[in-house]
Design a protein around this ligand. Structure first.
Ligand SMILES: [Zn+2]
Length: 287
């Protein structure tokens, strides 16, 4: 474990005293990639009962995606010491079993038209037409438009500015985290939903990423993974989205560093070395 990671975690713990939530679980609890990998690998082998209710069972592919992607973010999927070949083969076959050739069945224009109707007066998107603005839905719409190559067709520059304005005002100055709706409390998953939405629109830089990294780490569990808020047990959705948000913030930081280096390196920016190129490690190295 590098000293920079320990330093960042200590900074995170001390800053949490100004938070409106206590986070005793995160105190003196340095970020441990191995614990995060182990937690997600356990979920891939055996989903806890809480995930096997009638409603959640239909979402097993999403849960598997969260777990596999979390391990992948931490460079564990291709590490034979962490994931053996038999596991990799079985997971691959399980995913292929669920694959359907559904893309040709989708009417892209009708789908995008429906998504556009979910737009709200304040520039974000609701879960269905007429519903209030929600950061999760806003990410899903922006990502769908982006994947369909239609972002700039369906949203004018002025409309995009309105969306950017709404998103960039979701950061809470007290906790440093992000909230998903107006007047709601911060929650680890929204660090991703809001951060990734701004990244799609090219304005991730409007967030105070360092403050959000401290908030995410304050919700880290001793057994790996992240809870929704500090002191809540970890679950797959918040664990994966917490790691994804850390990687997103680190990626932005890495781009800043790359731009700086082309202008003329300084000691501060020369810290982008082999040790910190892992995006999550880089996120944790922030002061
Ligand atoms: Zn959440």
């Amino acid at each position: 474990m590098s000293s920079s990671i320990t330093t960042a975690t200590t900074a995170s713990s001390s800053s949490s005293s100004s938070s409106n939530r206590s986070s005793s679980d995160s105190h003196n609890n340095p970020f441990s990639p191995n614990k995060h990998i182990s937690l997600h690998a356990r979920h891939l082998h055996l989903l806890p009962n809480a995930y096997q209710s009638a409603g959640a069972d239909a979402q097993r592919i999403a849960l598997a995606y969260f777990a596999l992607s979390a391990i992948d973010l931490l460079s564990g999927v291709h590490d034979a010491a962490r994931v053996d070949e038999q596991d990799r083969r079985e997971w691959r076959e399980w995913i292929w079993d669920r694959q359907v050739d559904g893309w040709r069945a989708i009417d892209l224009q009708k789908t995008l038209g429906y998504l556009a109707r979910c737009r709200t007066f304040d520039g974000a998107f609701g879960q269905s037409p007429g519903e209030e603005s929600h950061a999760g839905s806003t990410y899903c719409v922006l990502a769908s438009l982006h994947l369909g190559g239609q972002l700039h067709t369906w949203l004018s520059p002025a409309e995009q500015q309105k969306t950017i304005h709404w998103l960039s005002h979701r950061q809470d100055v007290t906790t440093g985290g992000l909230a998903g709706r107006l007047n709601k409390e911060t929650d680890v998953c929204y660090s991703f939903w809001v951060g990734a939405s701004l990244a799609i629109l090219g304005h991730h830089d409007l967030l105070d990423a360092s403050a959000d990294v401290r908030w995410i780490l304050s919700a880290q569990s001793r057994v790996g993974g992240f809870g929704k808020v500090p002191d809540e047990p970890p679950d797959l959705l918040h664990s994966y989205l917490g790691l994804a948000a850390l990687a997103l913030h680190a990626h932005d930081d890495e781009q800043d560093n790359a731009a700086f280096v082309t202008q003329g390196p300084s000691e501060q920016h020369q810290r982008v070395d082999a040790e910190t190129k892992n995006p999550v490690k880089l996120a944790l190295a922030r002061k």
